[in-house]
Design a protein around this ligand. Sequence first.
Ligand code: SAM
Length: 303
Amino acid sequence: MGRTSKDKRDVYYRLAKENGWRARSAFKLLQLDEEFHLFQGVTRAVDLCAAPGSWSQVLSQKIGGQGSGHVVAVDLQAMAPLPGVLQIQGDITQLSTAKEIIQHFEGCPADLVVCDGAPDVTGLHDVDEYMQAQLLLAALNIATHVLKPGGCFVAKIFRGRDVTLIYSQLRVFFSSVLCAKPRSSRNSSIEAFAVCQGYDPPEGFLPDLTKPLLDHSYDFNQLDGPTRIIVPFVTCGDLSAYDSDRSYPLDLEDGSEYKYTPPTQPPISPPYQEACTLKKKGRLAKEIRPQDCPISTMDTLSQ
Ligand code: SAM
């Protein structure tokens, strides 16, 4: 596969490189902002699950333009530095990471918390949706500690079978909850974004990091009938924007001539790095094909 084929297949990947964004996800946040004006009046923000950092780039440009903004970015993976962005490497589902984030906002809460977190998908939809929901709830838990009243929370969500439960939990804390799908998010993906505005926790609510919000005693039947929460679904991004499910010729319709652009910031220490090093040294375990196996091993494998 030539190095230009991904540019052809994924127009947002190409545009991200040409516009200096570290990832195509930047367009999702920009299109969400076009619809919801997320950055209006925001000076302090948290970017959860931030690597490689395109949302942090957007945030630091939109709210830190005058040097007054303050962005804290968190991810499991290391991220190349960005001006005006404080980085924490850690797991947002861990108490220690949550505490480290919270301490940056003590006495000075955040206006906006965003989370584009995605687990390594397994292809088993129920498992993937559950993992995604856990990430979202970990993010919400952190948001309840750092958001100012009236603040905004935006998080990636998988529109799976039990998504209503998550909307119900979000509605406990926010006066408005919507499900938004930016044009740059593929229609073929169940990904969307919960846009929660007007942080307004129930009276007497005390944030507690030790209490998981998605507890298993929840009665799913309560979510049927009149108690079911149906949140509005909004597509965002200009309708003339590129369609993320389409392939485009290299010379684009808008007349821009194609010139290959390398990625803005290749990942630093990505999870696959060790495998690449092992492969170079010829030490990566090889796939065992049945025809390579002695008969006795094949018997064991087929059991
Ligand atoms: N918004 C990012 C950007 O614009 O560059 C892209 C985020 S990427 C789709 C999802 C990220 O979630 C990955 O970098 C992954 O490491 C992170 N992630 C997944 N689980 C996490 C966890 N438990 N704690 C922190 N980060 C996590």
